[in-house]
Design a protein. Structure first.
Length: 180
């Protein structure tokens, strides 16, 4: 009987060794899987960022003069992009608002933001805007939206009376067409 127990013990040692080898292999594969997932996420973010940049660069609709009621007046107004070379460095994707300039001169995502803010019953936050412009309510999307909102404020398209709360720019509707 001694040899039967010795044989079982030897098989147990071999099985333990094989289990330890597989655990080590699993740990290595798990580490490689984590690296592959990180790489995939970086590529996804890069693709989305490039898509957003290209979308902003390709929106070249001419500005149109509009009156206080939103009706088109006269012909097209000179675009903020007129005569600009198509270079990524130094491109002004959100021009400063000027009388007669409509939101159609803005890249699509900025027009969507303006529409959501205009339709809101009061001031809105970035996290309220993100799902309404068709973006997933993920931290990355919510964190990127305030910079777009601040850019729209800086360029005269929106107002921010309270930090983080955005409303349509009042000066656009308050000014007469002849004032500067």
């Amino acid at each position: 009987m001694g040899s039967l127990f010795e044989e079982l013990e030897a098989r147990e040692v071999a099985a333990r060794r094989r289990a330890e080898e597989l655990e080590a292999e699993l740990a290595e594969l798990s580490g490689r899987l984590d690296l592959a997932r990180e790489s995939l996420e970086r590529l996804r973010i890069a693709r989305e960022t490039v898509g957003e940049v290209l979308a902003e660069l390709t929106s070249e609709r001419p500005a149109v003069a509009v009156d206080a009621d939103g009706a088109t007046v006269g012909g097209p107004v000179a675009s903020a992009y007129a005569g600009a070379e198509r270079r990524v460095v130094g491109v002004l994707t959100v021009p400063k608002w000027q009388p007669g300039m409509g939101p159609e001169v803005l890249p699509r995502v900025y027009r969507d933001i303006l529409e959501v803010v205009a339709d809101a019953p009061g001031p809105v936050r970035a996290k309220q805007i993100v799902p309404r412009i068709g973006l997933p309510a993920e931290t990355g999307k919510i964190e990127g939206t305030p910079s777009k909102l601040k850019r729209l404020v800086e360029r005269g398209w929106l107002d921010e009376d309270t930090p983080g709360m955005f409303t349509p720019a009042r000066r656009r509707t308050a000014k007469s067409p002849n004032s500067r």
